[in-house]
Design a protein around this ligand. Structure first.
Ligand code: 3H9
Length: 685
């Protein structure tokens, strides 16, 4: 049965799409829409048309699962042209989200009505694409060039109210959308000529008076768009809307769309769209397993981490009791939470009322006993097994049965922590990334005895606090930090062999990472994990720490910093490196950028394959989600596993074998990686 049905209300033809979950514009929907418009045109009794959708949303775009497969006719550009060519007025009735191809359908309708909480957007850029069904040509004609640029190049949607202000929506309607849309259609049924977006010029003429508009936009957004192909293609397509007639503009749009579609970035970004959604699915756990009720959360430790973790729950309206051992630390932690909220409010992203509401949900305490009635307690104390075990032992005697006990450890063995309680089934790792109130990633560490409903609860809770959660198994560093280890080790060895921090960081930044390993060390603190004994100097890092070069916070680390925290290469660090090179008897040589990639990135891929091999990640795409959301891996490269596939696994294996002598005795080539390379298979499928 077609997902598109038609029925009459008086002389209005109501066209309804029912294609769950998001009314994507797959082939059956496209065929149905064309048929429905033909029905309207062919029936004299029909005076106007309403296009609406059942379910949660108006069309959320093209069906992404069809991308990469042979195209089936009619394609979306033809469908929207057919809608616009309808001889009767067509009204789009928008609820939920009109996104991508969905907004393009709405733009091809002669009128648009929407409920107040509807959202309209063209997020194609996030899939490495541009609106390819006339969107880049119709949107600027209807919404204005500046808004169209902003929407297309960032992919962020706008609300119905703003859409109405700029003329993208003709009327906001409260109450029954269908009824209002039909009434609207009746009002406009006699209007001729029909307003067609493709024929408008008024808003383009206004923009033509400001020729610097596009370059200003490019400059203002250069940092955000760096490395991505799609934003520039979106800008170019909208430029064409201004400089060329509609019919030529859509040809430019099509050409640019096809170029993007055939590129690696679009494949990577579309892969990542599904990777992110797959990550929430837990293997081996039935759909019937229900989450536990979480109404109140306890957090132990009011340091930067504990405070950041607490903010996630407070912002989601969940009360938090935060516990510290000393009053001054508790006061400092509470004050920091307030300061962070107030900074958000100062940027206009929160109201003063919302700040007070969040702070009102926070109960500071000096006693673990106050956690007795919490449904979830998260420990964020010092990263030391004995300390953690002691805390969990105490919690076991205090917190009510059925509550979840979680550790925010970033490396330690969750099973060992769980064994210090009498209820290991209720223990789970919840590894937040710093700053915990900002970073989207949450590693949910599944212990050997963690109950299924505890895992399900953790994943559901992650959604509630707007995190992307990935299930990891118990191993040192879980997924993300475990893969960081070979990268760090190799980066330090490369320094001894002749590379500089600047060169290694540059290679990483050119690759698309937000910063390189040494820039990251300076930002996070060179002293993290340092033994704190200035007389025990075993490596370059010990020496820098002993010299008080702890990174940006001290104005010196692997780089020197001026008073505006601008880095410059450090002659002091160069001397330290030289000293250790001499001590180790290593001969300095020229290191190529390719060697840096092979030793720091190929080794990460290898570690990812070892993680998969050991069953510590459910699927390769989960590893990619960890790296994109936890460490800023460029999404246009899909993540380390997807990137390895685009490089070619035989090339990765070959590179690792070439470097094997330099990788150290601990390096182990992954059997899985080698097998897949030999079989011509991919890691990420
Ligand atoms: C486009 O339109 C190109 C055109 O310009 C040109 C063509 C020529 N297709 O996100 P959720 C699935 S490009 C196929 O969890 P929510 C999704 O995988 C498109 N499937 O729900 C998931 O499946 P599962 C431009 C899709 O309520 C299920 O639906 N449009 C699509 O949190 C539920 O999704 C976009 O980029 C799709 N287009 O959020 C919009 N969309 O249950 C992409 C979703 O098996 N979509 N699915 O895991 C979204 O942003 C969100 O899904 C939306 C709902 C906000 C709509």
């Amino acid at each position: 049965m077609s997902p598109i049905t038609t029925r009459r209300h008086g002389d209005v033809l109501i066209v309804t799409s029912n294609n769950p979950p998001v009314n994507a514009l797959g082939i059956a929907v496209r065929e149905g829409l064309v048929k429905a418009i033909e029905e309207a045109d062919g029936d004299d009794a029909v005076k106007a048309v309403v296009i609406r959708c059942d379910g949660n949303t108006f069309f959320a775009g093209a069906d992404i699962t069809e991308f990469g497969k042979p195209m089936q006719m009619p394609m979306l550009p033809q469908v929207v042209d057919r809608i616009e060519a309808c001889t009767k007025p067509v009204v789009a009735a928008i609820h939920g989200t009109a996104l991508g191809g969905g907004l393009e359908v709405a733009l091809s309708c002669h009128y648009r009505v929407a409920v107040p909480d509807a959202k309209l957007g063209v997020p194609e850029v996030k899939l490495g694409l541009l609106p390819g069904a006339g969107g880049t040509q119709r949107l600027p004609r209807v919404a204005g060039v500046e808004t169209a640029l902003e929407m297309a190049a960032t992919g962020n949607p706008i609300g119905a109210k703003r859409a109405a202000e700029i003329g993208l929506v003709d009327r906001i309607v409260e109450g029954d959308l269908e009824q209002h849309a039909v009434a609207f259609a009746e009002e406009v049924r006699e209007i001729r000529p029909l307003p067609k977006a493709s024929e408008r010029d008024d808003k383009l003429a206004a923009a033509r008076a400001n020729p610097g508009l596009f370059d200003d936009f490019r400059k203002a957004n250069a940092r955000k768009m760096k490395g991505f192909d799609a934003p520039e293609a979106n800008i170019k397509a909208i430029e064409a809307a201004l400089s060329k007639p509609y019919a030529e503009g859509v040809q430019d749009e099509r050409r640019l769309f096809m170029e993007l579609m055939s590129g690696t970035q679009a494949r990577a970004q579309q892969y990542f769209f599904f990777a992110e959604r797959k990550a929430s699915k837990i293997e081996g756990v039935g759909e019937d397993v229900r989450p536990r009720d979480i109404r109140k959360v306890g957090v132990i430790g009011a340091g930067t981490m504990g405070g950041g973790i607490s903010m996630n729950f407070l912002s989601a309206g969940i009360p938090v009791t935060i516990v510290e051992t000393a009053q001054d630390a508790l006061d400092r932690g509470t004050a920091l939470i307030r300061k962070n909220y107030e900074a958000t409010a100062a940027k206009g992203r929160m109201t003063a009322d919302q700040v007070e509401k969040a702070m009102g949900l926070l109960t500071p305490s000096l006693s673990l006993d106050d956690l007795a009635d919490c449904d979830l307690v998260i420990e964020a104390v010092f990263e030391n097994m004995e300390v953690k075990k002691e805390v969990f032992g105490k919690l076991d005697g205090i917190v009510k049965q059925g509550a979840i006990l979680a550790s925010n450890t970033s490396y330690l063995n969750v099973d060992e922590i769980a064994a210090s309680t009498g209820r290991p089934q209720d223990v789970v790792g919840l590894h937040f990334f710093s700053p915990a109130n900002v970073m989207k990633l949450l590693e949910v560490v599944r212990g050997a005895k963690t109950a299924d409903d505890v895992l399900v609860t953790a994943m559901a809770l992650a959604k509630r606090i707007r995190k992307v959660a990935v299930v990891a198994g118990v191993c040192y560093g879980f997924i993300g930090n475990r893969m960081l280890i070979p990268r760090q080790t190799q980066a330090m060895n490369l320094l001894l062999e002749g590379a500089t921090p600047e060169q290694i960081d540059r290679v990483h930044v050119e690759f698309g990472m937000p910063m390189g390993p040494f820039q990251m060390a300076d930002l996070a603190g060179v002293d993290i994990g340092w033994h704190r004994d200035p007389n025990r100097i075993e490596n370059i890092r010990d020496k820098l720490c002993a010299m008080d070069r702890w990174g940006q916070k001290k104005g010196a680390g692997f780089y020197d910093y001026d008073d505006k925290r601008r880095p410059s290469p450090s002659p002091v660090v160069a001397d330290v490196i030289e000293e250790f090179r001499a001590k180790a008897g290593v001969e300095k040589r020229d290191i190529s950028d390719q060697e840096i990639i092979e030793r720091t990135l190929y080794t990460m891929v290898n570690e990812g394959a070892l993680i998969l091999e050991g069953g510590f990640a459910q699927r390769a795409s989960d590893i990619d989600v960890v790296w994109v959301y936890g460490y800023g891996w460029p999404v246009y490269r899909g993540g380390p596993m997807f990137w390895a596939d685009t490089e070619g696994l035989p090339k990765i294996v070959e590179g690792l074998k070439r470097q094997q002598d330099r990788l150290g005795a601990d390096f182990k080539l992954s059997d899985l990686l080698v097998k897949k390379a030999e079989a011509g298979e991919k890691l990420s499928r």
